[in-house]
Design a protein around this ligand. Sequence first.
Ligand code: SAH
Length: 238
Amino acid sequence: MASIVRLFVDAPLGTGQGITLTDQAHYLANVMRLGAGDVIHVFNGRDGEWTARIAAAGRKRVELTVEAQNKPLQMPPDLWLIFAPIKKARTDFIVEKAAEMGAMRICPVQTDFTNSERIRQDRLQAHAIEAAEQCGGTYVPEVTNLQKLGKVLDDWPADRQLMFCDEALVGAGEFLTATTKGPWAILIGPEGGFSDKERKRLHALPYAHAVSLGPRILRADTAAVAALTVWQQHLGDW
Ligand code: SAH
């Protein structure tokens, strides 16, 4: 049997709730060929996952009735992934992987050597939603607008630790050894790495833990997945 379709819906979920879908109607009715009486799974990032039955299906509109909760909301650890956006496809990859790996918030930042000055926040948010749909997640990480790294550091919350992935430590064997639980963030630089000025500031921050990701320089997208893996294994929900 084909697996049950899982959709993110931007609507409150509760038994008996009716939902009208327009954007996803074509996918459900024409691509998946679902019709009245068929069941799908829906989640909204807040209320867990629910079973919903199709009440009526047309090309432009699908009406759902929410039945019962399947899974409670499972929050990821309080982890932000802060990264400098690179080429479009690689940035998309980073957002998708961060959602699958269990980041709570995804923050693109402009650094001294960031290649890309602009991002499409709405597109990246849509990638995070798609990733949550396919990985069984009940939470969708928020993708923030592009901000300057300096501003993010100026506004830093006092209790949040930072795993600073510093390519200058390549091969130095400086791994993540901190045992502090609670809010964390991972910082990954752009293809050009961090500037000396940025590196100096980052090393001086009391909440920053500078780490190496092994003896090879990784591309930023690889580094993001590697850092999320290391953090999740060491301090996260694995
Ligand atoms: N152009 C730079 C490399 C940048 S790699 C140079 O040649 O030095 C992009 C980002 O991935 C880096 O800023 C860092 O955050 C991360 N990264 C890649 N490899 C790493 C490693 N071995 N240790 C720590 N961070 C690494």
